[in-house]
Design a protein. Structure first.
Length: 422
C-alpha cells in the first residue's frame, strides 16, 4: 500500500537510503483473529478508513472484495497490524499481500515479508499445485520472515519435538508414524508396547485440528478398521504425531506464551469447552492466569525457544527471532507410558506445540491494547533487517568484505547473492 509520499521504493537489490521508505510485505489471510470486535479494549478508530477489501465476511470467511456488494465484514489482526503501521510510521511502506498474489517476484519486491496470516499450511487445503507454488515462492524469495528454515522446522513437528525431548523439555509421550514407513498394525503394536490406554493422533502440515482424533487401544483392537480408515483418509500426510492422551490436559489451563526477539510478551490461557460448566471455551489473560500456570509456561517456553534454528537476514546476518508462540499443557493424573515417570498426584507442565507468525494473536481478548506494541515490534524488526541488508554478507570471505566496505559501494553483495540464488 503506497504512502502519500512519492519517494522511490527501494528494491532489496539496492542499498536502502535514509530518505526512502522501507517496503515491507505482510502476508495476510486470516479469519479467526478479530480486532474489530466489542472485546477489543483499544481505540479502533484507526481502522475507520481501512479499505473494505481487507475486511472479512464472518459468514463466508471471504474478503469483501470477493463478496456481494453490501456485505459487512470485519478486520482481523493480520490486516489491523500493518494498517496501524501504515497510519503511524512514515518510514515504512506497507505491502498487503493477499494469498492469491503470492509469488517470488512479489516477495522480492520488498525488503522483507512477514508471515502474519496466510502461510504454506493454508495452501495445503488448496491442492498440490497451489502448495507447490507457495512453497517455491517461500523457499526461493530469500526474504520471508521467519526464514524458510524456521518455518519448515516448525511445520514438520517431529523435528522440533525430537530436539525438545533431547533437550529435556517435558512433552507428552510421543511416537511418529512417517509416510511410507507406517501401518495401522505396527502403530497399534508400538502404542501397546508403550503401555498406553488412550491416545490422540495429530498431523504435521495441518491446521484447525483437522486430522485430530482421540482413540482407545481397546476400541482399535476390537475394530481394526478404525485405524485403517484413518491411514486411508490421511495417506498423503508426511507424518502422524501420536501421543498418549493426557487426561489433565482438557481440565487444566493450556497456557500460550507469545515471544518476540526471544523475549516474553504476554500469555493467554484457555480451558477446553468439554471441561467447563456451560460447555463453552474459557479464555483468560493477564493476572487472571493462575501464577503457577503462567510461570511454568514461561519457563518451559523459554527453553523451547533454544531449539529453534537461528533466524538470519537474507544476507546471512544473525538476528533475534520474530514471533513464536509456545503452548504449554498440564498433566495432573496417571500417565501409563512405560518410560514416563510423572507424578500422578501433582502437576507436570509440558510443551504441547510451537507456532510462529501466522498464529492467532488473541488481541481482542487482552486487557491492554497491544496493537501499537505489535506494530512497533514489526517496524523495528523491518528497520533492523534493512540495516543489516546494507552491510556485506556476514559469511563472505574477509578479503572480499574488506573491499566492499569502501564509500564507492553501489550495490551490496548481499543483494547480488540473493538475486543469483533466486
Amino acid at each position: 500500500l503506497k504512502k502519500r509520499s512519492n519517494a522511490p521504493v527501494p528494491h532489496p537489490e539496492e542499498p536502502h537510503a535514509a530518505d526512502m521508505p522501507i517496503k515491507v510485505g505482510f502476508l495476510i489471510g486470516k479469519d479467526t483473529d478479530l480486532v474489530e470486535d466489542d472485546k477489543y479494549v483499544g481505540d479502533a478508530s484507526f481502522l475507520k478508513d481501512l479499505p473494505d477489501k481487507y475486511r472479512v465476511d464472518p459468514e463466508s470467511k471471504e474478503y469483501l472484495k470477493d463478496c456481494e456488494p453490501g456485505t459487512k465484514g470485519f478486520a482481523h489482526a493480520d490486516v489491523a497490524i500493518p494498517w496501524y503501521i501504515h497510519k503511524h510510521f512514515d518510514d515504512i511502506e506497507v505491502d498487503f499481500i493477499f494469498p492469491e498474489d503470492i509469488s517470488k517476484k512479489r516477495l522480492q519486491s520488498n525488503v522483507c515479508n512477514f508471515v502474519i496470516g496466510y502461510d504454506v499450511i493454508n495452501s495445503v487445503f488448496e491442492g498440490q499445485k497451489r502448495l507447490d507454488l507457495v512453497t517455491k515462492a517461500f523457499k526461493q524469495c530469500g526474504n520471508i520472515m521467519p526464514s524458510w528454515d524456521v518455518q519448515d522446522y516448525i511445520y514438520i513437528k517431529s523435528r522440533y519435538m525430537k530436539d525438545c525431548i533431547e533437550a529435556g523439555i517435558p512433552m507428552a509421550p510421543t511416537v511418529f508414524a512417517y509416510k511410507g514407513k507406517r501401518s495401522p498394525a505396527a502403530l497399534l503394536k508400538e502404542i501397546k508396547a508403550r503401555g498406553w490406554k488412550t491416545f490422540v493422533m495429530k498431523q504435521s502440515m495441518m491446521a484447525f485440528s483437522l486430522g485430530f482424533c482421540k482413540l482407545t487401544v481397546e476400541e482399535c483392537e476390537k475394530d481394526p478398521s478404525i485405524l485403517r480408515k484413518y491411514f486411508k483418509d490421511y495417506a498423503d500426510c508426511p507424518e502422524y504425531v501420536v501421543q498418549e492422551a493426557i487426561e489433565g490436559f482438557v481440565r487444566n489451563w493450556e497456557t500460550r506464551c507469545f515471544w518476540f526477539n526471544g523475549e516474553f510478551l504476554y500469555a493467554i490461557a484457555n480451558k477446553a469447552a468439554v471441561s467447563t460448566e456451560d460447555g463453552k471455551e474459557v479464555i483468560v489473560t493477564g493476572d487472571d492466569i493462575p501464577e503457577e500456570f503462567l510461570e511454568n509456561a514461561k519457563r518451559i517456553g523459554k527453553e523451547a525457544l533454544k531449539v529453534l534454528p537461528q533466524l538470519k537476514t537474507p544476507n546471512g546476518h544473525l538476528i533475534p527471532m520474530t514471533l513464536i508462540r509456545t503452548d504449554i499443557g498440564c498433566s495432573d493424573s496417571q500417565v501409563y507410558d512405560k518410560d514416563t515417570k510423572w507424578d500422578p498426584n501433582g502437576k507436570t507442565f509440558f510443551l504441547n506445540e510451537i507456532e510462529y507468525g501466522g498464529t492467532t494473536y488473541f488481541i481482542r481478548h487482552l486487557k491492554e491494547d497491544w496493537m501499537p506494541k505489535w506494530a512497533e515490534l514489526y517496524v523495528k524488526k523491518a528497520r533492523e533487517i534493512a540495516e543489516k541488508m546494507s552491510e556485506a554478507p556476514c559469511d563472505e570471505p574477509k578479503a572480499k568484505r574488506a573491499r566492499t566496505d569502501g564509500a564507492v559501494l553501489k550495490k551490496p553483495a548481499a543483494a547480488k547473492a540473493m538475486v543469483a540464488g533466486a
